[in-house]
Unconditional design. Structure first.
Length: 215
C-alpha cells in the first residue's frame, strides 16, 4: 500500500498538506483546480520536492532518504517523455537498461511490449517522426517495461484529442490490471477517467484534500 501520512511542504508562498492511502494494485485519480498542488504531490512522491514533516511509505517502508531512482515509482509526464533523436526501439530499451544494452530475455520483453501497444511496425522510426498518439504509446510501453510497482502519471494525455485520450486511458487500465500496478494519475478530465479508477483524491485547496471512492 502507498501511504502518504500528513505530509507537509512549503513551495514559495504556498503551503501544501496531503494524507491518503492507495491499496496495492488500485487506481487513484488526482484532481483539483490550478495551484492546489497536483504536480507538486508527484514531485514529493518522487523525492524532487523536500518535505517538512510527515512520511511517504510503500509496502510499510518509509521512502525518506531514498534517491529518486531508488523509489518504487515509474513516471510519465504530459510531454517530453521520449528522446526524439533515438529510434522507438532504443527508447524502449532504455526502459529496461540505462545503457540500452539488452540480453535475450530483455529483448523478448521489449518485443512483447511493442506487440501489446501495437507499435512493433514503427520500432525503427525516430521518435520525432511519430504522431502524438504514437509517441504516447511508446512512452507508455517504456514506463511499463520499467516494471515499477507504482506508476505516476501527470496528465500524460491532456494534449491529445478526446479519442486519443480515451485510447491512452484504455491502455493504462489494461496494463494496470494485467501487471497489478498501482496507478496515481493527475487529470483535468475526471469525467473520462472516473469509470476506470477506484478512488479520487480532490484538492479543494493546497492544504485541504479529500479522498473518496469513484462512482
Amino acid at each position: 500500500m502507498l501511504k502518504v501520512n500528513s505530509v507537509r511542504c512549503q513551495l514559495a508562498t504556498h503551503r501544501f498538506e496531503w494524507s491518503f492511502r492507495v491499496p496495492e494494485g488500485a487506481f487513484l485519480a488526482v484532481t483539483g483546480g490550478s495551484g492546489v498542488g497536483k504536480s507538486t504531490l508527484l514531485n514529493v512522491l518522487l523525492g524532487f520536492q523536500p518535505i517538512e514533516s510527515g512520511s511517504v511509505q510503500w509496502a510499510g517502508h518509509d521512502l525518506s532518504g531514498l534517491k529518486v531512482y531508488e523509489r518504487p515509482f515509474g513516471v510519465l509526464f504530459q510531454k517530453d517523455n521520449l528522446f526524439e533523436h533515438l529510434s522507438v526501439e532504443k527508447n524502449l530499451a532504455l526502459g529496461l537498461h540505462p545503457g540500452a544494452k539488452l540480453n535475450g530475455e530483455q529483448r523478448e520483453q521489449l518485443w512483447l511490449a511493442a506487440e501489446r501497444f501495437q507499435i512493433q511496425s514503427i520500432l525503427a522510426e525516430k521518435a520525432m517522426r511519430l504522431s502524438g498518439g504514437q509517441q504516447q504509446r511508446v512512452a507508455l510501453a517504456r514506463v511499463f517495461l520499467q516494471n515499477k510497482p507504482v506508476l505516476l502519471l501527470d496528465e500524460p494525455f491532456s494534449s491529445l484529442d478526446p479519442m486519443l485520450r480515451q485510447e491512452g486511458l484504455e491502455w493504462v487500465s489494461e496494463m494496470q490490471k494485467q501487471q497489478g500496478t498501482t496507478v496515481v494519475m493527475v487529470t483535468h478530465h475526471l469525467d473520462e477517467i472516473e469509470p476506470v479508477v477506484d478512488s479520487i483524491l480532490e484538492g479543494v485547496s493546497s492544504d485541504c484534500w479529500k479522498q473518496y471512492p469513484a462512482r
